[in-house]
Ligand binder design. Structure first.
Ligand code: ZN
Length: 117
């Protein structure tokens, strides 16, 4: 019978033949080592996207319908235009840059319109 070794610490595995790790610590450590850098990057971008969404949602909740705000209002709250989830075409209103369910669109040079999708 072939001896199996833990994929993380290389110790001999005792028990079921389909085991890849000697214990849950080794299994978790192995997957963290494989996915850690990717997960960290994804987590950081998700935080930026969520912050942008929160800023749009907060300003939108204070805006009367169909009004715009100075684009600087977004920047003052920490909005980062480099991070968005998608572009959404609205049949009447044009194309909005979105962070999840909120979108914004420049109106002229200095104003921005915000919608909830
Ligand atoms: Zn191990």
């Amino acid at each position: 019978m072939q001896e199996k070794c833990c994929c993380f610490c290389s110790k001999k595995i005792i028990g079921r033949t389909d085991k890849k790790f000697c214990n849950s610590y080794c299994r978790t450590s192995f997957h963290n080592a494989q996915n850690g850098p990717t997960n960290k990057c994804v987590r950081q971008i998700n935080l930026l996207l969520q912050r942008n969404r929160r800023i749009l949602a907060n300003i939108h909740s204070l805006l009367p319908l169909k009004k715009t705000v100075p684009v600087n209002t977004l920047y003052l709250h920490g909005f980062n235009t480099a991070h968005f989830t998608h572009h959404q075409k609205h049949h009447k209103l044009g194309t909005y840059t979105c962070c999840y369910d909120y979108g914004y669109k420049m109106i002229g040079k200095d104003e921005v319109a915000i919608i909830q999708l």
